[in-house]
Design a protein around this ligand. Structure first.
Ligand code: BES
Ligand code: ZN
Ligand code: ZN
Length: 430
């Protein structure tokens, strides 16, 4: 229904229709609640109408429909609430898409901090930023290493929303915020999707939108959103392959590839939130690996977790929201592969071939999530699209916002404590 509504809106705009009415047969209601259908039509319309045309000057291609009315059989309170909620959610998703799509020089680490500050102020969310000497003191050495060749220093932005009683530990969502990924000294090849790499901060855009929505919708949940922000730039000061750095939790990491920078910045952020907040679980969301794009294309994100209840909850939310994810295994064989020779861990297993790299990245990141259930959503394929389809635009899609929001609504206090995975086969087990 979402896809149909998004497609319909595009047709309406192609026909240059300013005001339209969308109606649908009652039969649609046979398998879903009336309010769910209203929500899906509204979301599909509002998300499908998105276009990033900030830099387009030929006005003949610019047209936006001004008003869509939904013809419903009954305007129940639930349907009205669904419509309002669809508007709030779609606005946040479209804002995330804007942040993804704009130039990396404009959406640089400093500008992301400014945007986050404004959103936090409007939604009354507490925000802290750790950078410079404070980052050094906090031991965020991996984040520092990745971001040090950029004119805009790296930083860890942490947002806190407490909408439930303090006795409930918060859930932590952590989004990769690389404002541009050159690959560093292991420079990306010309065909390495370089012109897409301003989208490498998509995870940060997603978690920022999610916490904003949790506050706007006054969800009775406790939530931490952490955004490690850095530009993986080139320069005389850039971090180098073969160097060993010590992460926030004391784990030493040999940088075997400077292009595997996402897991480095996420590692420090995970370790920081694990130590500071003792969360119910840590969910990383990131444009992390080319490998997941090869495995699943642009239609499913990869889900790797060591905890079945967390993993199943995310999977169910993916089915509800249409932001699809698919599970990958996480077992001792992969965990063994990320161990180092001159360090505890290596950030990339093979310099040329990226075999099971999406899983190896999760095996690496898990080591920084302390004793807490951990999941990685690798959305390298789904957060940036090469063509429009249904309600998803070309370019930044805002993937994960509705998925994580639904997970939080269904599991306001995180996953069940018991549930260490049979799929993941335990935390460090086989
Ligand atoms: N940002 C990239 C992953 C990516 C690739 C996102 C294509 C979207 C589209 C990430 O930082 C990266 O470069 N990963 C490397 C890891 C490898 C060196 C182990 C990759 O996937 O090649
Ligand atoms: Zn990279
Ligand atoms: Zn990257």
């Amino acid at each position: 229904i979402r896809h149909a509504a998004g497609h319909a809106l595009r047709l309406v705009e192609q026909l240059r229709i300013k005001r339209a009415v969308f109606a649908w047969p009652d039969a649609l209601g046979s398998t879903a609640q009336h309010s769910d259908i209203v929500m899906a039509v509204a979301e599909g319309t509002l998300l499908g109408g998105y276009e990033f045309d900030k830099y387009v000057s030929h006005t003949e291609s610019k047209f936006s429909c001004q008003e869509v009315a939904l013809a419903v059989r009954s305007t129940t309170a639930a349907a009205k609430k669904a419509l309002l909620e669809a508007q709030v959610i779609s606005q946040a998703v479209n804002d995330a898409r804007d942040m993804q799509n704009d130039n990396s020089d404009d959406v640089n680490p400093k500008k992301i901090e400014e945007r986050a500050k404004k959103i936090a102020k409007d939604a009354k969310i507490r925000m802290t930023v750790i950078s410079g000497d404070a980052a050094k003191k906090a031991g965020l050495n991996l984040l520092q290493a990745v971001g040090r060749a950029s004119p805009w220093p790296p930083r860890l932005i942490v947002l806190e929303y407490f909408g439930a009683a303090k006795k409930h530990a918060p859930l932590a969502i952590v989004g990769k915020g690389i404002t541009f990924d050159t690959g560093g000294v292991n420079l990306k090849p010309a065909h390495g999707m370089l012109e897409q790499m301003h989208l490498d901060m998509s995870g940060a855009a997603t978690v920022l939108a999610v916490i904003r929505l949790a506050a706007q919708l006054k969800l009775k949940t406790n939530l931490i959103a952490a955004m490690p922000i850095a530009e993986n730039a080139l320069g005389g000061n850039a971090y180098k392959p073969g160097s060993v750095y010590t992460a926030q939790n004391g784990t030493s990491v040999e940088v075997t590839n400077t292009d595997a920078e996402g897991r480095l910045v996420l590692a420090d952020a995970n370790a920081y939130v694990a130590q500071r907040y003792k969360p119910t679980a840590i969910i990383d969301i990131a444009t992390l690996t080319g490998a997941v794009l090869i495995a699943l294309g642009e239609h499913h994100a990869g889900l790797t977790s060591n905890h079945d209840d967390l993993s199943n909850g995310l999977f169910n939310s993916s089915r509800t929201t249409g932001e699809l994810i698919w599970p990958l295994p996480l077992t001792a064989d992969y965990r063994a592969e990320v161990k180092g020779k001159k360090s505890d861990l290596v950030n990339a297993v093979l310099s040329k071939s990226a075999r099971a790299d999406a899983i190896q990245a999760a095996a690496f990141l898990e080591r920084f999530a302390g004793e807490y259930p951990f999941a990685l959503i690798d959305m390298a394929g789904t957060s940036m699209r090469s063509y429009k389809r249904g309600y998803t635009p070309e370019g930044g899609t805002g993937f994960g916002v509705r998925l994580l929001l639904d997970y939080i609504k269904q599991n306001p206090h995180g996953p069940k404590a018991k549930g260490w995975g049979s799929r993941g086969l335990g935390r460090y087990g086989r």
